[in-house]
Design a protein around this ligand. Sequence first.
Ligand SMILES: [Zn+2]
Ligand SMILES: [Zn+2]
Length: 212
Amino acid sequence: MPKSCPTCGNSEASIKFFGNFCENCAREKFVARLPRSAEITVCKRCGKIKATGTFVPPNGHNIEAAIKSNFPKLTVHLIDYDNSSAKLDISEETAYGKLSAELTIELTQRKALCEMCYKKACNYYEAVIQLRGNNYKIARFIERITRFFDMNNEFVGEIERTADGPNVYLSNKRLVQAYISKNKLHSTNSFTLSGVKNGRRIYKNTYAIRFE
Ligand SMILES: [Zn+2]
Ligand SMILES: [Zn+2]
């Protein structure tokens, strides 16, 4: 005699079973123990979200990754989302096969500052470039290095205008060095000790570049 579902009475002859229960009831039980909301950490300045430990642009791929951490051991696909909710396709591998369900959850936002916005807020910098000479070339240089820093998720901070020319403050000295050598620019470099962190000396680097 085919088994029948103890919850709804469906017969094994007419529907797939997951253990003692029919697929419909097994799915209902599965859905009942899923979380109904997920918290997304959002940078209040730039809008990036935290997914797998780092702040990344708030696109579908990254929102899916951020939501996944709320559903350990399950497969999660984002079907649709807006600011306050997400529609998901969630599945679980069971001993009787794959059980899938669609679920709409509430998205809540936790406001934070990402590392870059925190550094901007504190006027953080590691390097200064002193630009001297041809104003047109200086303006182009600032435009290009700003784009280069944006692309590498770093930033150009304050631009201090002096009588000799602008001093540009930048968040990452290694990136300045990379930019200078990539563009084969000639710079005069100096290093100022700014502190000690974990027993290591921290230097702020100054690069003087003259455009003829
Ligand atoms: Zn049933
Ligand atoms: Zn940010």
